[in-house]
Write a protein that binds this ligand. Sequence first.
Ligand SMILES: *Cc1c(COP(=O)(O)O)cnc(C)c1O
Length: 405
Amino acid sequence: MAAKAALNGKQMRSFHTDPMTGEKTGYADLDYGAVTIEKIQAPNAPPPSSTLVFGHSFSDHMVTANWNSLTGWAPPAIHPYKPLVLDPSSVIFHYAPSLFEGMKAYKDVNGRIRLFRPDMNMARLNRSATRIALPEVNGKELTKLIAKLVSLDADFVPSEPGHSIYIRPTLIGTQAALGVHPANEAMLFVILSPVGPYFKSGFKPVALEADPNKVRAWPNGTGSYKLGLNYAPGLQPQMEAATRGYSQNLWLFGPEHLLTEVGTMNLFTAIKNDKGQTELITAPLNGLILPGVTRDSILGLARDHASGKMRIEGLPEDLIVSERELSMKEVEQAGKEGRLMEMFGSGTAVVVAPVDRIGYEGRDIHIPVGEEGVGPIAKRMLDTINDIQLGRIEHPWSVAIDELI
Ligand SMILES: *Cc1c(COP(=O)(O)O)cnc(C)c1O
């Protein structure tokens, strides 16, 4: 099928006009139907699952698709995994027009491969793209390309419990010209990395350093977009925290030292209120935090439990779910009064990461994690999300790839 000139209103924004000629003709949408497939000549054996280190090994194939502002998306290709060749003047190396997504595919109990809420990743990818003047991508077509890639490399999807294949869609500006302006050429690619469970031998709670002088994001900034430029500035604070025995930064914001996120995860805190009810709190989507798919899923499950729509055994009966600001003062006070019940990070790579300690203004706040190293809310959320991802619970969030292509 030839690339169809499917014009989508949103994609005809001015920056898709060629900056040199002002032309905007024949703009093509990303088209799964136009994909060319070149298979690897000598397939590699998938790495043994016991040796997997997150993000270190990749499958045999990848997706690439090129875009330019004159003609839009060229037909995508699936081909052997290989290095990219880019001109050193390429804008990606100088001004960081780069965004990424992180999602996973799982082999279910019947050997079927499933994605988890891919529509959420596609929507976020397009919000990120718009923010840095990169082209939007047709999310339905990209999801089909991902499904095709994963099915081609199905042998690389580990089937052991807790294992999966991590999917990394990436979009970069590639125009070869210095000068800060919207890129008139871009490249989309997708690579796959087989991964094992984040916690190999039981839960290992993380210790966080909360330093109000280290800021990850600010109002009207870019903290709520999954842009490459948000991550390098977090590395030095993380190294500093590590020298003091903390594995991640708890990012605070403002004079009240509001809790925002932890490392590259969203953050949940459970506090008992004065009526004895358990309140599960996470920061609101106010531009300071990344709108995580896992965050949204935990909120959804917690609200369904609280409303009685779908009860989750083991969660507090009287759970209250809050997207609201939470300050270090409130956390510390709750800790002193024995009302600080639980804290955990959330993200695709780990699902949930229990927190047992926060270093703050020269003292440590301790958070209970129980004998298992994980609190009851984090544990129930992890189990329920795993059950959905593996198709043990029928749920619309879980999408079998054979139904997409
Ligand atoms: C990706 C990411 C998250 C988690 O998002 P998920 O969609 O749940 O994986 C949280 N915070 C930051 C800063 C992130 O980059």
